[in-house]
Structure formats: C-alpha cells, structure tokens
Design a protein around this ligand. Structure first.
Ligand code: G1P
Length: 295
C-alpha cells in the first residue's frame, strides 16, 4: 500500500499592505476583512485544516496583530458569552482555533516579494514538503466536495513534486499571474516546462495562471535564496519554483472549484454575493432582496 505523505505545515504570507483596499486597510490587516461574517484569513486557515494541515505559519508584518488575536483564546469574550449562556456563539468562537491546531508567527521585516516572504518561514518549515496559501485568493471547492488544498494534497501523493494550482485566465489578465505551460500527463495534471511571473500577453507561454495555492518541496528555499530579483524588482516565488523544473520537476494542477480574487474590489464583491447567497442564516432573504433590487 502506498504510504501517505501528509502535509503538516502551511505558510500564509500576510505581510502585504493592502493598498487596494484603503482606507479600510489603514489600521487593520486586509486579511481580516470579512466576506459575509468570516475574515478572509479564516477561510484560508479552514481550507488548510480541512486538508490535514495542523501547523499554520503566518508571515506577518506591522499592523497585523488582529490576525494573531483572531487565532488565539479571547478570554474576556468567552467569559461574557459563558455568563450570558450564549453557548452557540461560544462554540463558534472556540471553533476558530481547534485544540490540535498550532499557530506560529514570523515577521517579514521588509517587503521584498512573495518569494522572500516564503523564505522567512524556512526556520519554521524545516526539511519537509509544505503548503502555501495566499488568503487574498478565496478558493471554494466544488459543492460538497474537497477544498482546493485537499485536492492538491491528494494529487501530491501521485506527483510528489512541487505543485501549483492553475486555471485558465483571459489573455489580457496574464500579466497579473504566474503563467505555466507544459505537457499534460494526467487528468487535470500538467508537467510544467515553462513558468514565468507576470508576462505580457505577447510573451506569455499560455493562459494557464497560477492561483494562490501551492504544495512545495523544501528545496524551493535554496532556489529562492539564490535567485536574483525578478518581475517588479521583487524576489518572486514563481522564479524559485521555476528553478525546480530542471531538478525535481514541477506539476500544475487544474483544480476543481472557484477562485475569488479578493485582492481586488470586484473579486471581493463577487465572493461576498456568492457566499451570502449560500449562507445558512441570510441566504434566502438576501436572494429575495437581490431579486427585488437588481434589474
Ligand atoms: C502572486 C504570485 C502569482 C500568482 C498570484 C495568484 O501574485 O506571484 O504568481 O499567480 O499571486 O493570486 P500577486 O497577486 O501577489 O501579485
């Protein structure tokens, strides 16, 4: 029987300034903006937990304290809820931080890029494969099916190389993404031959764009460390992963589900509407409201 390779650790790069959401993000982390009633950050952590990850590693920066507080016990709040007999709310608050989940925090002292942020987590990750989740990308698995990271952990069992989640993007959007191209080797699996960060539409090798979900082997750290700065003068994660094509190999996985680019106002609003429509408490009444008001 095949031995299951578990992914124990996930890295969440959350040091970005969130300038696209100013003034909302002047004093709070963009990852704490709620989609309906849950901060973006929590969606990503729940996705990782559902994929079997138990050690969450946050690469933070200044003004990100709310993230640490969110994944911690809130004594006063819990005490008040207990005293008021609000057991449902108490359960909800406690469920954010299951007993078997561990959170670690490391600072990214300078904004040198996504690759650099991931490299800051190296001492906490050590020498084992790990996941990276960009919370700006809110990923919903298919209705009733596994989340996107859980799908990737599953694929990693058969393709134990670094793995990036991809989807097709419009040609005029390729400059926003890491773009990959390669040979199809399985259902939804491509062996990556080319990988380039934010190409122009003229030079893009395909329209297959990387979403913010990765399962990476620890050799990526050395590649990032030895990489010169890439697109936008930043130390790019894409460039580090691209180096692995020649050594261990890299695969791309066409995930099942839907991605919301919550780093943009449009994506954030789309996520809010879709998730509100599915929400247990407000879904039905929100649908009625939309029917009455949207022409
Ligand atoms: C980052 C990555 C890019 C990836 C994207 C997905 O870019 O560098 O390769 O396609 O996330 O959201 P960013 O959106 O941080 O500019």
């Amino acid at each position: 029987m095949k031995k299951l390779t578990k992914i124990h650790k996930a890295v969440f790069p959350v040091a970005g300034l969130g300038t696209r959401f100013l003034p909302a993000t002047k004093a709070i982390a963009k990852e704490m903006l709620p989609v309906v009633d849950k901060p973006l950050m929590q969606y990503a952590v729940e996705e990782a937990y559902a994929a079997g990850v138990r050690h969450m590693i946050f690469v933070t920066g200044r003004s990100k304290r709310a993230i640490e507080d969110h994944f911690d016990t809130a004594y006063e709040l819990e005490h008040e809820l207990e005293a008021a007999n609000k057991s449902d709310l108490l359960r909800l608050v406690r469920s954010i931080m299951p007993d078997d989940m561990v959170c670690s925090y490391v600072r990214q002292p300078r904004a040198l890029g996504l690759g650099h942020a991931v490299l800051c987590a190296e001492p906490l990750v050590g020498d084992e494969p790990f996941a990276v989740l960009l919370p700006d990308d809110l990923m919903c698995g298919p209705e009733g099916g596994p989340g996107v990271l859980a799908q990737m952990v599953d694929v990693f069992q058969d393709y134990p190389t670094s793995l990036v989640a991809v989807q097709e993007v419009p040609l005029d959007h390729v400059k926003r993404y890491g773009i990959v191209a390669g040979d199809r080797v399985g259902e939804r699996i491509v062996k990556v031959r080319q990988m380039v960060e934010k190409p122009s539409p003229e030079t893009a090798p395909s329209r297959m764009g990387v979403s913010g979900r990765y399962v990476l082997t620890p050799s990526v750290f050395n590649e990032i460390r030895n990489n010169p700065r890439g697109a936008g003068g930043e130390i790019q994660l894409t460039d580090g992963i691209a180096k692995l094509m020649a050594t261990e190999g890299v695969h791309a996985y066409e995930y099942q589900g839907k991605r919301y680019d919550c780093g943009s106002k449009q994506g954030f609003l789309e996520a809010t509407v879709d998730l509100a429509l599915k929400h247990e408490e407000v879904g039905a009444s929100f649908r009625d409201y939309l029917k009455k008001t949207v022409c």
